[in-house]
Write a protein that binds this ligand. Structure first.
Ligand code: ADP
Ligand code: MG
Length: 396
């Protein structure tokens, strides 16, 4: 059918035509933000899940929801290489500038901007990647200690007071939080702990890979008490059907029952895969309805497309020994697997593989669900590894 009208949208962070099955989580965040705005205690919320389950698009939608109800937001994605203060500073500046236009919050917002200037100047020595415009001169003694934990706390306190004066809240949305250095995570946790103690309307809404709760706990042992970690997983069958059928029917196209069942079987309800299958089934179909036969054709092209994009970008970032490690895991199936079993597969000792495993965790390719266990962070990655490194050659 007409590719121009194809509604499906596979891609990292690409908003889906229908955000299916996430109403409950959106409602949880809405309630949390309203409680925080009202000065009531509420935990910050960090969503965790594998790649491609829809954390980023959910975060973006929640941010739109929040902005729509007059909450001030900042939005950053933590890349592997930039420091947290460098990411946050320009976003906090924008939030403070917006708050400064509200009469009741003006004075405090200006103070926040003075704090931001001190913050950036003092931390520039350690975090050279901080780049932010200065609207005011620093206020001596305000957030200019040069110690991230201290200064971030001071800055969020002023920013939170400004938001409170405006009758609003400040919600910081941070994606890929697992990439933030442990020391910077610790500073963020300390600062949020402080604003919570003072009942200031500041909240973190974050997303990250499944290793995130463990990293937070290592950064600060009390992190557990400050955060909820809702799991974002594959869609249940009913939601997966809606994700496929609704965008089609909005275009006047039907999808047959057996076609929907097959798409669910092939994708296991993983959002990224649903978009890919939807897109290819649409392409395969000549006319409405999309049939089981169309889905069968789509399965071949969808897998090829995933191999070239979703899986491939991750594979290409690996060293030969990392590839070999993942291939050995794939040999054992979807996982999780015991480190000892993976080592056996490679005829190596567990300890000698430690560095490779650590690098793979740092790259966000694998994580450890419990001590000594290793699992992929990308769904169906084991099947991909067996396709891209077939046979036994990888053992050499
Ligand atoms: N609830 C959903 N319903 C349908 N499609 C979704 C849903 N959530 C995400 N998607 C689609 O899945 C893909 C991956 O989403 P993304 O937010 O990038 O995942 P993650 O951040 O978890 O890796 C995108 O193409 C997006 O459109
Ligand atoms: Mg994402």
């Amino acid at each position: 059918m007409d590719p121009v009208r194809n509604p499906y949208s596979p891609g990292a962070g690409t908003p889906p035509p229908e955000l299916a099955g996430r109403d409950e989580l959106r409602e949880t965040i809405r309630i949390a933000l309203e409680r925080v705005r009202a000065g009531r205690p509420n935990k910050s919320i960090l969503m965790v899940g594998l790649r491609g389950v829809g954390k980023t698009v959910l975060l973006d939608r929640m941010r739109e929801d929040a902005e729509g109800s007059g909450i001030h937001t900042t939005r950053v994605e933590a890349p592997e290489s930039r420091s947290l203060p460098a990411l946050l500073a320009p976003e906090l500046r924008l939030a403070l500038l917006r708050l400064s236009r509200i009469a009741k919050a003006k004075e405090l917002a200006h103070r926040g901007l003075r704090g931001l200037a001190g913050f950036a100047k003092a931390l520039k020595v350690k975090y050279q990647d901080i780049e932010v415009g200065f609207d005011f001169d620093p206020e001596p003694g305000l957030a200019d200690n040069g110690d991230l934990a201290h200064d971030l706390q001071a800055l969020l306190e002023v920013a939170g007071s400004a938001a409170g004066a405006a009758g609003a809240a400040l919600a910081m949305f941070i994606d890929e939080l697992q990439y933030v250095e442990e020391e910077e995570l610790a500073a963020l946790i300390t600062a949020l702990h402080r604003t919570a103690q003072r009942s200031l309307p500041v909240m973190l809404v974050g997303a990250g890979l499944p290793q995130l709760p463990g990293r937070m706990g290592r950064a600060k042992s009390y992190a557990e008490r400050l955060f909820d970690f809702p799991q974002v997983g594959p869609l249940a069958e009913e939601a997966a059907r809606i994700a496929i059928a609704k965008p089609a029917s909005d275009q006047g196209v039907q999808v047959t029952e057996d076609a929907l069942i097959r798409i669910f079987q092939e994708t296991h309800g993983y959002p990224y895969f649903l978009q890919e299958w939807g897109k290819h089934a649409w392409e395969a179909a000549q006319a409405s309805p999309i049939t089981l036969h169309d889905v069968e054709l789509a399965s071949q092209t969808a897998v090829a497309a995933l191999d070239e994009s979703f899986f491939r970008v991750r594979f290409d970032r690996l060293t030969p020994s990392e590839k070999k490690y993942l291939r050995a895991m794939a040999e054992l199936g979807p996982g999780p697997h015991r480190s000892g079993d993976i080592a056996d597969e490679l005829d190596r000792g567990v300890t000698s593989l430690g560095p490779t495993r650590s690098q793979l965790i740092a790259k966000g390719m694998i994580w450890s669900p419990s001590h000594g266990d290793t699992a992929f962070t990308v769904p169906l990655f084991d099947e991909f590894m067996r396709r891209i490194m077939p046979g036994d050659d990888w053992k050499q």
